[in-house]
Design a protein around this ligand. Structure first.
Ligand code: XMP
Length: 322
């Protein structure tokens, strides 16, 4: 196994982070010289810190590709564009593939099939872009140390894939010996915004596994709007849960609107605490916050007529609904 060097002390301060950054910048320059490097930038902590390090080392020779699969949270593609293009001057290719993903996912109910389709279409879109670019020899990846330690763990279990044959790159993995908390310290020292560095974990298939069953555009929009409200309100807590989000299942129940029967979907709120996502405890959200979330969702989110709370622990319930 690829082992963390004993000489690498735990990074807990910005001084230590800056030292690490300077060392990595030198190493990246040595490894890639004046060649081009490609990176799939999701906007998650790991890929964002990897991008920021490479931008510092090689500037526009890093080509970031941000694929919007239409299953991202509200405001995420905009944040990626703002932070990387405007603030960091990155060479960023933004690809809005949301229509293609929705088409491929049409009428697909099975969660594992949905995951496979999302993974495959993602690789196809990314590979198509990669083939258009000339002279790219390196691929940067935001691998972190727990990914190496737990190669049979959650991330590896869920995120199957790889680049198609014919696309061969040497890897650049500048944060592969870091733990998540160290990645965050390095990210802050690189000037990334707190909202990006402290983002809660978000599954690769994104809102796709929270818009359960066969995804439709309307229900996905309702989920995205409700999720933004849930995250904003729960995010105001002093102790935020480890992960908090909502689910909009394809179930309709009756409601009343302007004196008429009205069929709508429920929003299900889920907030959990965990150390490693293998087991999890439901996080107790104050009722005051729940009422606020309920009122904002019912008033503002089209198609929703009920707000429910999932307070199940794992086991028996998994964290996600699919
Ligand atoms: P479950 O639902 O298995 O989730 O209790 C455990 C953790 O893994 C995340 N998760 C995923 N992450 N791709 C990912 O990268 C996925 O397909 C996926 N499914 C679940 C989930 O959000 C939780 O943190």
């Amino acid at each position: 196994m690829d082992k963390r060097p004993a000489s690498l002390k735990r990074i807990t301060t910005s001084v230590a982070a800056k030292k690490y950054i300077n060392k990595q910048v030198k190493e990246i320059k040595k490894q890639v010289g004046d060649k081009k490097v490609l990176l799939a930038l999701s906007g998650g902590v790991d890929s964002s810190v990897t991008a920021a390090l490479l931008i510092k080392a090689i500037g526009k020779n890093l080509i970031c590709v941000h694929v919007n699969h239409g299953l991202l949270r509200k405001g995420e593609p905009e944040q990626v564009k703002k932070v990387f293009r405007e603030n960091m001057g990155a060479n960023l290719k933004y690809i809005d593939a949301s229509k293609l993903f929705l088409e491929k996912l049409k009428n697909v109910e099975d969660p594992e099939k949905k995951r496979k389709i999302i993974g495959k279409v993602f690789i196809d879109v990314f590979a198509k872009e990669a083939k258009k670019l000339k002279g790219v020899e390196f691929l940067a990846q935001g691998t972190i140390y727990p990914d190496i330690l737990e190669s049979k763990g959650i991330k590896a279990h869920h995120n199957v894939g790889g680049l198609p044959k014919g696309l061969k790159f040497s890897l650049v993995e500048p944060i592969k010996y870091l733990y998540k908390d160290e990645v965050r310290v390095v990210g802050l020292a690189l000037g990334l915004p707190k909202s990006m560095v402290y983002r809660q974990p978000f599954p690769g298939p994104g809102l796709g596994v929270r818009c359960t069953g066969a995804i439709t555009k309307d229900r996905l929009t309702a989920l995205r709007d409700a999720d933004a409200i849930v995250r904003e309100e729960i995010g105001k807590l002093k102790n935020t849960p480890w992960q908090y989000f909502c689910i909009v299942p394809p179930i309709k129940s009756t409601g009343i609107k302007n004196g008429k029967r009205y069929m709508g979907w429920p929003v299900i709120i889920r907030a959990i605490d965990t150390r490693d996502a293998v087991t999890a405890k439901s996080h107790e959200i104050p009722y005051k916050i729940l009422y606020k979330i309920r009122d904002r969702i019912i008033k503002n989110v089209k198609g929703i007529n009920r707000v429910l709370l999932d307070f199940s622990d794992k086991p028996i319930a998994t964290i996600e609904w699919e």
